[in-house]
Design a protein around this ligand. Structure first.
Ligand code: HEC
Length: 203
């Protein structure tokens, strides 16, 4: 019996959706969902009592967990990504500071374990502004980070970054604009963004 062309068509379409779904979503999910932190070998430890990758001690704490919620609520991920792509997929590693500490030879592409300590990973999907994976290494003081949020045009007149004035308020003591609790937490979070922790040699 000749097979029905309609059945063939439906089977073909189903296969065309199922195969990419299996290879792009299901298999990477299974491979990456039970990752464990990798300990450093003897003599390989990173400064500051960091004994494994990833280790909370590598990132600054402050109120960065609350800050991550502000980052999500304010929609920063509509314009900023947090993934440094491998060079075969894009020129991220050629952009200054995107991969982390270049001067120390520690810049690298993002790896799956970099997201292990995050409840939700704000990968983002388009880049109107620069990737923020390692912004904590590029902008290192709270003052400068606040300026990027409250008055980006004072740093670059052509900046396309919106001014987040509603995260700042007029000081009752005549000190001008002061950050709200939300702005403080957001800045803690941005300063904690360092996705270049050295990977243990056996990793
Ligand atoms: C409409 C798009 C847009 C949104 C939304 C946006 N940004 Fe930006 N951002 C930009 C652009 C464009 C730049 C580059 C120009 C500049 O540095 O001012 C930038 C720059 C930055 C920088 C400086 C990065 C560097 O490497 O110098 C930081 C930090 C930053 N944004 C944080 C944030 C945070 C936090 C939020 C959410 C509260 C946010 N942005 C929302 C577009 C955006």
């Amino acid at each position: 019996m000749k097979s029905d062309p309609f059945v063939k068509l439906i089977a073909g379409i189903s296969l065309a959706f199922a195969l990419p779904w299996i290879f792009i979503v299901i298999l990477p999910f299974i491979a990456n969902s039970n990752l464990e932190a990798l300990p450093y070998a003897e003599g390989e430890e990173v400064e500051g009592g960091v004994t494994a990758y990833p280790d909370k001690a590598f990132y600054r704490h402050g109120s960065s967990d609350y800050g991550r919620q502000i980052y999500a609520a304010e929609g920063c991920a509509y314009c900023h990504t947090q993934v440094v792509r491998p060079t075969y997929a894009g020129p991220d590693m050629w952009r200054p500071g995107w991969g982390g500490r270049e001067a120390d030879g520690l810049a690298r592409e993002t790896q799956a374990r970099d997201y292990m300590l995050e409840t939700v990973a704000p990968l983002g999907y388009q880049r109107i502004g620069p990737d923020l994976s390692n912004v904590g290494h590029r902008i290192t003081t709270p003052e400068l980070m606040h300026q990027h949020l409250s008055d980006p045009k004072s740093l670059d007149y052509n900046s396309g970054m919106p001014a987040y004035m509603h995260l700042y308020e007029e000081s009752p003591y005549g000190e001008g604009l002061v950050p709200t609790e939300k702005a403080e937490a957001l800045v803690d979070y941005l300063l904690s963004l360092k996705k270049d922790q050295p990977v243990p040699s056996r990793g």
